[in-house]
Design a protein around this ligand. Structure first.
Ligand code: SAH
Length: 249
Protein backbone atom coordinates (compact mmCIF):
# COMPACT_ATOMS: atom_id res chain seq x y z
CA UNK A 1 0.00 0.00 0.00
CA UNK A 2 1.14 3.54 -0.78
CA UNK A 3 0.22 6.15 1.83
CA UNK A 4 0.25 9.78 0.71
CA UNK A 5 0.76 11.72 3.93
CA UNK A 6 0.61 15.43 4.68
CA UNK A 7 3.70 16.24 6.74
CA UNK A 8 2.30 19.55 7.94
CA UNK A 9 3.84 22.99 7.46
CA UNK A 10 7.16 22.40 9.20
CA UNK A 11 7.14 21.83 12.96
CA UNK A 12 7.61 18.09 13.41
CA UNK A 13 4.73 17.79 15.87
CA UNK A 14 2.25 19.20 13.37
CA UNK A 15 1.93 15.96 11.42
CA UNK A 16 -1.35 14.18 12.27
CA UNK A 17 -1.38 11.23 14.68
CA UNK A 18 -2.43 8.99 11.79
CA UNK A 19 0.33 10.32 9.55
CA UNK A 20 2.98 9.79 12.23
CA UNK A 21 1.78 6.23 12.84
CA UNK A 22 1.86 5.32 9.14
CA UNK A 23 5.33 6.85 8.87
CA UNK A 24 6.61 4.86 11.84
CA UNK A 25 5.50 1.59 10.22
CA UNK A 26 6.61 2.35 6.66
CA UNK A 27 9.22 0.18 4.92
CA UNK A 28 9.98 2.89 2.37
CA UNK A 29 9.69 6.66 2.82
CA UNK A 30 9.75 9.07 -0.12
CA UNK A 31 9.76 12.63 1.16
CA UNK A 32 9.45 15.97 -0.61
CA UNK A 33 12.90 17.54 -0.22
CA UNK A 34 13.52 20.78 1.61
CA UNK A 35 9.98 21.51 2.78
CA UNK A 36 9.65 18.41 4.96
CA UNK A 37 11.25 18.66 8.40
CA UNK A 38 14.10 16.07 8.65
CA UNK A 39 13.09 15.52 12.29
CA UNK A 40 10.14 13.55 10.91
CA UNK A 41 12.60 10.97 9.59
CA UNK A 42 14.14 10.24 12.99
CA UNK A 43 11.76 7.54 14.23
CA UNK A 44 11.47 5.27 11.24
CA UNK A 45 11.72 1.46 11.19
CA UNK A 46 15.35 0.28 11.58
CA UNK A 47 15.88 -0.74 7.95
CA UNK A 48 13.53 1.77 6.37
CA UNK A 49 14.61 2.90 2.89
CA UNK A 50 14.49 6.72 2.68
CA UNK A 51 14.39 8.66 -0.61
CA UNK A 52 14.34 12.38 -1.28
CA UNK A 53 11.96 13.03 -4.18
CA UNK A 54 13.77 16.27 -5.04
CA UNK A 55 16.32 14.07 -6.83
CA UNK A 56 13.73 11.87 -8.54
CA UNK A 57 11.43 12.08 -11.57
CA UNK A 58 7.80 10.99 -11.45
CA UNK A 59 8.90 7.77 -13.18
CA UNK A 60 11.56 7.13 -10.51
CA UNK A 61 9.01 7.67 -7.74
CA UNK A 62 6.51 5.34 -9.39
CA UNK A 63 8.99 2.55 -9.93
CA UNK A 64 10.18 2.70 -6.29
CA UNK A 65 6.54 2.62 -5.18
CA UNK A 66 5.54 -0.23 -7.44
CA UNK A 67 8.59 -2.38 -6.60
CA UNK A 68 7.99 -1.86 -2.88
CA UNK A 69 4.32 -2.74 -3.17
CA UNK A 70 5.05 -5.91 -5.17
CA UNK A 71 7.52 -6.91 -2.43
CA UNK A 72 4.72 -6.57 0.15
CA UNK A 73 6.08 -3.33 1.62
CA UNK A 74 4.31 -0.21 2.82
CA UNK A 75 5.37 3.13 1.36
CA UNK A 76 4.92 6.52 3.02
CA UNK A 77 4.93 9.32 0.45
CA UNK A 78 5.45 12.43 2.53
CA UNK A 79 4.31 15.75 1.08
CA UNK A 80 4.70 19.15 2.73
CA UNK A 81 1.57 20.72 4.21
CA UNK A 82 -1.42 18.93 2.77
CA UNK A 83 -0.86 16.79 -0.32
CA UNK A 84 -3.87 18.29 -2.14
CA UNK A 85 -2.20 21.68 -2.68
CA UNK A 86 0.63 21.94 -5.22
CA UNK A 87 1.62 18.40 -4.30
CA UNK A 88 1.64 16.87 -7.81
CA UNK A 89 -0.21 13.92 -6.27
CA UNK A 90 -2.94 13.40 -8.83
CA UNK A 91 -0.45 12.19 -11.46
CA UNK A 92 0.97 9.71 -8.95
CA UNK A 93 -2.48 8.44 -7.98
CA UNK A 94 -3.58 7.96 -11.59
CA UNK A 95 -0.36 6.16 -12.50
CA UNK A 96 -0.67 3.91 -9.45
CA UNK A 97 -4.27 3.10 -10.43
CA UNK A 98 -3.08 2.19 -13.93
CA UNK A 99 -0.52 -0.18 -12.38
CA UNK A 100 -3.03 -1.68 -9.95
CA UNK A 101 -1.15 -0.37 -6.90
CA UNK A 102 -3.45 0.65 -4.01
CA UNK A 103 -3.04 3.98 -2.22
CA UNK A 104 -4.71 6.17 0.37
CA UNK A 105 -4.31 9.75 1.60
CA UNK A 106 -3.79 11.15 5.09
CA UNK A 107 -4.37 14.90 5.13
CA UNK A 108 -2.01 17.39 6.75
CA UNK A 109 -1.96 20.93 8.09
CA UNK A 110 -1.36 23.14 5.08
CA UNK A 111 1.12 26.00 5.28
CA UNK A 112 -1.69 28.52 4.74
CA UNK A 113 -3.08 27.37 8.10
CA UNK A 114 0.39 27.50 9.66
CA UNK A 115 0.79 31.06 8.36
CA UNK A 116 -2.56 32.17 9.80
CA UNK A 117 -1.53 30.65 13.13
CA UNK A 118 1.78 32.52 13.05
CA UNK A 119 -0.02 35.79 12.35
CA UNK A 120 -2.93 35.16 14.71
CA UNK A 121 -5.15 35.83 11.70
CA UNK A 122 -8.60 34.68 10.62
CA UNK A 123 -9.17 34.61 6.86
CA UNK A 124 -12.96 34.71 7.15
CA UNK A 125 -13.86 37.81 9.13
CA UNK A 126 -17.49 38.97 9.21
CA UNK A 127 -17.91 42.20 7.28
CA UNK A 128 -14.47 41.78 5.66
CA UNK A 129 -14.25 38.55 3.69
CA UNK A 130 -16.03 35.23 3.79
CA UNK A 131 -13.83 33.66 1.13
CA UNK A 132 -10.18 32.70 0.72
CA UNK A 133 -8.43 32.27 -2.59
CA UNK A 134 -5.44 29.93 -2.60
CA UNK A 135 -3.40 30.56 -5.70
CA UNK A 136 0.06 31.32 -7.03
CA UNK A 137 1.73 33.84 -9.29
CA UNK A 138 1.46 32.22 -12.71
CA UNK A 139 4.28 32.16 -15.26
CA UNK A 140 5.17 35.17 -17.43
CA UNK A 141 2.94 34.21 -20.34
CA UNK A 142 -0.27 34.29 -18.32
CA UNK A 143 0.46 37.10 -15.86
CA UNK A 144 -3.00 38.71 -16.21
CA UNK A 145 -4.39 35.67 -14.51
CA UNK A 146 -3.58 36.85 -10.99
CA UNK A 147 -5.06 40.28 -11.54
CA UNK A 148 -8.33 38.67 -12.69
CA UNK A 149 -8.41 36.30 -9.76
CA UNK A 150 -7.59 39.07 -7.31
CA UNK A 151 -10.38 41.32 -8.61
CA UNK A 152 -12.85 39.98 -6.04
CA UNK A 153 -10.77 41.50 -3.23
CA UNK A 154 -11.26 38.54 -0.89
CA UNK A 155 -8.59 37.10 1.43
CA UNK A 156 -5.74 35.94 -0.78
CA UNK A 157 -2.96 33.42 -0.18
CA UNK A 158 -0.16 33.08 -2.70
CA UNK A 159 1.94 29.93 -2.73
CA UNK A 160 5.20 29.52 -4.67
CA UNK A 161 5.47 33.26 -5.28
CA UNK A 162 7.96 34.50 -2.66
CA UNK A 163 10.58 35.23 -5.30
CA UNK A 164 8.13 37.21 -7.44
CA UNK A 165 6.83 39.78 -4.96
CA UNK A 166 7.38 42.66 -7.41
CA UNK A 167 5.22 41.00 -10.09
CA UNK A 168 2.65 40.09 -7.44
CA UNK A 169 2.50 43.70 -6.29
CA UNK A 170 1.96 44.93 -9.87
CA UNK A 171 -0.79 42.38 -10.48
CA UNK A 172 -2.58 43.20 -7.24
CA UNK A 173 -2.50 46.91 -8.00
CA UNK A 174 -3.93 46.20 -11.46
CA UNK A 175 -6.74 44.08 -10.02
CA UNK A 176 -8.65 47.16 -8.93
CA UNK A 177 -9.66 45.45 -5.70
CA UNK A 178 -6.69 46.28 -3.50
CA UNK A 179 -5.17 49.69 -2.81
CA UNK A 180 -1.57 50.45 -1.80
CA UNK A 181 -2.65 50.57 1.86
CA UNK A 182 -4.32 47.12 1.80
CA UNK A 183 -2.56 45.04 4.46
CA UNK A 184 -0.30 42.18 3.38
CA UNK A 185 2.15 39.82 5.03
CA UNK A 186 4.94 37.50 4.04
CA UNK A 187 5.34 34.44 6.22
CA UNK A 188 8.64 32.62 5.74
CA UNK A 189 8.86 29.01 6.98
CA UNK A 190 5.69 29.15 9.05
CA UNK A 191 5.94 26.94 12.19
CA UNK A 192 9.69 26.20 11.64
CA UNK A 193 12.16 27.39 14.28
CA UNK A 194 13.43 30.05 11.85
CA UNK A 195 9.94 31.30 10.97
CA UNK A 196 9.79 34.97 9.99
CA UNK A 197 6.82 37.28 9.71
CA UNK A 198 7.01 40.42 7.61
CA UNK A 199 3.96 42.65 7.80
CA UNK A 200 3.60 45.16 4.99
CA UNK A 201 1.01 46.51 2.57
CA UNK A 202 0.24 45.87 -1.08
CA UNK A 203 2.19 49.06 -1.88
CA UNK A 204 5.30 47.96 0.01
CA UNK A 205 5.20 44.22 -0.75
CA UNK A 206 8.05 44.13 -3.27
CA UNK A 207 10.38 46.26 -1.12
CA UNK A 208 9.51 44.27 1.99
CA UNK A 209 10.34 40.95 0.31
CA UNK A 210 13.54 42.36 -1.16
CA UNK A 211 14.89 43.86 2.04
CA UNK A 212 14.05 40.69 3.97
CA UNK A 213 15.78 38.60 1.29
CA UNK A 214 12.74 36.35 0.89
CA UNK A 215 12.75 34.12 -2.19
CA UNK A 216 11.24 30.77 -1.31
CA UNK A 217 9.55 28.86 1.53
CA UNK A 218 7.19 31.78 1.92
CA UNK A 219 3.54 32.60 1.56
CA UNK A 220 2.23 36.02 0.62
CA UNK A 221 -1.06 36.91 2.30
CA UNK A 222 -3.15 39.84 1.20
CA UNK A 223 -6.40 41.41 2.29
CA UNK A 224 -8.27 43.43 4.85
CA UNK A 225 -8.49 40.36 7.09
CA UNK A 226 -5.00 41.48 8.16
CA UNK A 227 -6.35 44.89 9.14
CA UNK A 228 -7.93 46.14 12.35
CA UNK A 229 -11.63 46.42 11.43
CA UNK A 230 -14.23 43.68 11.29
CA UNK A 231 -17.69 42.92 12.64
CA UNK A 232 -18.22 40.59 15.54
CA UNK A 233 -19.79 37.24 14.69
CA UNK A 234 -23.56 36.88 15.03
CA UNK A 235 -23.16 33.30 16.19
CA UNK A 236 -21.80 34.47 19.55
CA UNK A 237 -23.88 37.64 19.75
CA UNK A 238 -26.12 37.67 22.86
CA UNK A 239 -29.11 38.88 20.81
CA UNK A 240 -28.84 36.17 18.16
CA UNK A 241 -30.86 32.95 18.46
CA UNK A 242 -29.23 29.77 17.19
CA UNK A 243 -30.25 26.11 17.18
CA UNK A 244 -28.51 25.76 20.56
CA UNK A 245 -29.09 29.06 22.31
CA UNK A 246 -31.98 31.50 22.65
CA UNK A 247 -30.92 35.11 22.14
CA UNK A 248 -31.87 37.86 24.57
CA UNK A 249 -34.35 40.24 22.93
N1 SAH B 1 1.26 21.23 -0.04
C1 SAH B 1 1.89 22.39 0.54
C2 SAH B 1 2.32 23.40 -0.50
C3 SAH B 1 3.44 22.89 -1.39
S1 SAH B 1 3.96 24.04 -2.59
C4 SAH B 1 0.97 23.00 1.61
O1 SAH B 1 -0.15 22.54 1.77
O2 SAH B 1 1.40 23.92 2.29
C5 SAH B 1 5.34 24.77 -1.82
C6 SAH B 1 5.02 26.19 -1.40
O3 SAH B 1 4.22 26.15 -0.23
C7 SAH B 1 6.21 27.03 -1.01
O4 SAH B 1 6.78 27.65 -2.15
C8 SAH B 1 5.60 28.05 -0.11
O5 SAH B 1 4.93 29.04 -0.87
C9 SAH B 1 4.55 27.24 0.59
N2 SAH B 1 5.00 26.70 1.88
C10 SAH B 1 5.13 25.42 2.24
N3 SAH B 1 5.49 25.31 3.54
C11 SAH B 1 5.58 26.58 4.00
C12 SAH B 1 5.86 27.16 5.28
N4 SAH B 1 6.13 26.40 6.35
N5 SAH B 1 5.85 28.50 5.38
C13 SAH B 1 5.56 29.30 4.33
N6 SAH B 1 5.26 28.81 3.11
C14 SAH B 1 5.27 27.48 2.94
Amino acid sequence: MIHFIGAGPGAADLITVRGAELLRHADVVIYAGSLVNPALLENLKPRCEVRNSAFMTLEDVLSVMEAAHRAGKDVARLHSGDPCLYGAVREQMDALDARGVPWDVTPGVSSFCGAAAALGAEYTLPGVSQSVILTRMPGKTDAEHLRTIAASGVSLVLFLSGGMADAVQTELMQSGAYVPATPAAIVYKATWPDERIIRCTVGTLADAAKSAGIRKHALILVGDFLGASYERSRLYDPSFTTEYRKGAS
